[in-house]
Design a protein around this ligand. Structure first.
Ligand code: HEM
Ligand code: SF4
Length: 562
């Protein structure tokens, strides 16, 4: 790390000259590779590993570029650049994913070097967004803001980013590797559905310690991660993770890509034996080389901009008065905000799930607006959530209504966070070369059907997740209601699972019966929800009613003749 004069962006790590040079060099290298591919000097087979190292996929209709948003944090300058890219090189929109990245769906190969160069200009890139390496580390969308947070996980997420970026040993792992980190007792990162999930909290002496979960994942074999280690001291974080990934690298299967994830290894060995191997590796490593001394951590922390949280003494009172005066605003505050650690501030969630819209899709104009609003209301800082929404982390309570008015006026004020309309959906057959079925239209029909905000609030917390195939990019196993697209003799069918969760009450949803034809799926889910409304006890959320009664009570509703 150099000692250049640092302009510290709020909520993000300030790149130094080394970071900038590295990203620019990578762009120049890729420009040359694309040139050779366009000229026909490289075949697609030869080019594929090169493009995947730069986040470029080939999808059904076009190239898709996945851009990393490290631990979901970005600035208004970066969002404006994404808007520019969407407008200039794509069809005027981008798509936020469940791993806090953004994808552009209609990219021309020839344009990718220019796009990457523009991204580099705002310290962004597409490195490690694909391939069998350690992917973008994800983190709590309310990090550094949430009242319930024990420890700000972004500092360690950044340390992990630096450790994992181009790690020479871990560029060709048996399969991709995903790490998530949370610093709150409420899991908002799906820690137990990751290859490594870290839950940070202060140890007995106040220094950070980490609970380490390993071997979780979705995909065709959904598995809940198991606890590998309690209270790992901060100074050993890198050494221990290095040991875990080394064991995976050495013993993970390379003969069968469907059995190559670390979850399969942990299952095959059993957690005890896996732990023994990790401990043996850890014991023989030169741990001094990896030790995270407090000074190193503080050096990283010092490159993060800190918002100046200064609010008038009556900010909270003003918000209460605004809520009383406007029922629509009051509803949005109930559904779309999160408690901030500072009593004069609040975190606002911008729903990227308009009624009948495509989950996670944002237009270039909306991106520009979000950037403007971030500047005006939240220190220029923007967060992308693993639910495909956007958060403005630090909004003064007395200014929240002004923010809402601007959002609402632009169609970004949908009050549905955590409700029926807040659906996760993967790109499915509209874009994806691996898909069996179209996830997006099901999401659109469902959210249009339940558009009434009163009905949504009455139904309460409900997570509907949709994947277009067994790869589970839409987290269907982790949905309270999961929907999986399957192909039956060339027709699109959808299989329902119930009871999944990616939060503290983590669970894998269970299949309730045969898959339904596309045109019956939305009606069947509506009947399922009606059944819940009849069966629920007062104050009971869908998942609680389901757990109390089991699948049988819901099966009849789903399979009732239409
Ligand atoms: C359109 C291009 C995409 C392709 C070709 C693709 C491919 C895949 C494949 C093959 C898997 C299974 C990996 C395994 O089990 O080892 C997977 C998992 C996953 N993908 Fe995608 N995906 C795409 C888009 C997305 C999008 C848009 C999202 C977010 C909305 C996403 C998020 C995930 C997640 C969360 C998982 C499962 C978690 C896990 O790795 O266990 N993917 N993807
Ligand atoms: S779940 Fe299947 S259809 Fe959906 S994006 Fe992933 S690979 Fe494609």
């Amino acid at each position: 790390m150099s000692t250049d004069t640092v302009t510290r962006p709020v909520g993000r790590y300030a790149y130094d000259e080394v970071d900038r040079t590295f990203v620019s060099q990578r762009v120049a290298q890729f420009r040359e590779q694309v040139g050779r591919r366009v000229a026909g000097d490289l075949t697609e087979d030869e080019f594929k590993p090169l493009r995947l190292m730069n986040g470029l996929y080939l999808q059904l209709h076009a190239y898709m570029l996945r851009v990393a948003v490290p631990y979901g944090m970005m600035g208004s300058d970066q969002m404006r650049e994404l808007a520019h890219i969407a407008r200039t090189y794509d069809r005027d929109y981008g798509h936020f994913t469940t791993r806090q990245n953004i994808q552009f769906n209609w990219i021309r190969l020839e344009d990718t070097p220019d796009i990457l160069e523009r991204l580099a200009g705002v310290n962004m890139h597409a490195i490690q967004t694909s391939g069998n390496c350690i992917r973008n580390v994800t983190c709590d969308e309310f990090a550094g803001a949430a009242a319930d947070e024990l420890l700000d996980p972004r500092i360690h997420a950044e340390i992990l980013r630096q450790w994992s970026t181009l790690h020479p040993e871990f560029s060709f792992l048996p399969r991709k590797f995903k790490i998530a980190i949370s610093g709150s007792p409420h899991d908002r990162v799906a820690a137990r559905f990751h290859d490594i999930g870290l839950v940070a909290h202060p140890g007995p002496d106040g220094r950070p310690v980490f609970d380490v979960f390993v071997g979780g994942g979705l995909g065709r074999t959904p598995i809940i991660g198991v606890k590998l280690r309690d209270n790992l001291p901060e100074e050993d974080l890198l050494a221990y993770l290095e040991a875990v990934v080394r064991v995976y690298n050495a013993y993970g299967r390379r003969d069968n890509m469907y059995k190559a994830r670390i979850k399969i290894l942990v299952q095959a060995l059993g957690v005890e034996q896996f732990r023994e191997k990790v401990d043996a590796e850890f014991a023989q490593m030169n741990r001094a080389d990896y030790r995270l001394e407090p000074a190193i951590v503080e050096g990283i922390r010092a490159r993060f901009g800190i918002p100046d949280l200064d609010a008038p003494a009556d900010a909270a009172q003003k918000l209460e008065a605004d809520r009383k005066a406007d029922a629509r605003f009051d509803r949005w505050v109930r559904t779309n905000t999160h408690t901030h650690r500072h009593e004069g501030f609040i975190s606002a969630v911008v729903s990227i799930k308009p009624d009948g819209g495509i989950p996670g899709d944002v237009t270039a104009d909306q991106m520009d607006l979000i950037a403007d609003l971030a500047d005006a209301f939240s220190f220029g800082e923007i967060r992308v959530t693993h639910m495909q929404n956007v958060v403005l982390g630090h909004v003064r309570k007395d200014r929240l209504r002004d923010l809402w008015l601007r959002l609402d006026g632009a169609g970004l004020g949908t009050p549905n966070i955590g409700l029926v309309g807040d659906i996760i959906a993967c790109p499915g057959l509209d874009y994806c070369a691996l898909a069996n079925a179209r996830s997006i239209p099901i999401a659109q029909k469902l959210s249009a059907r339940f558009a009434n905000p009163e009905l949504q609030e009455n139904i309460g917390n409900l997570r509907i997740n949709i994947s277009g195939c067994i790869n589970a990019c839409g987290h269907h196993h982790a949905g309270h209601i999961g929907i999986l697209g399957v192909d039956k003799r060339g027709e699109e069918f959808f299989q329902l699972t119930l009871g999944g969760s990616a939060e503290n009450d983590v669970a894998i949803g269970q299949i309730i019966g045969p898959a339904l034809p596309e045109d019956e799926t939305v009606d069947a889910i509506a009947r399922l929800i009606d059944t819940y409304l009849v069966l629920r006890h007062e104050g009971e959320a869908f998942i609680e009613t389901y757990r109390r009664l089991g699948a049988a009570s819901f099966k009849d509703a789903v399979y009732a003749p239409a």
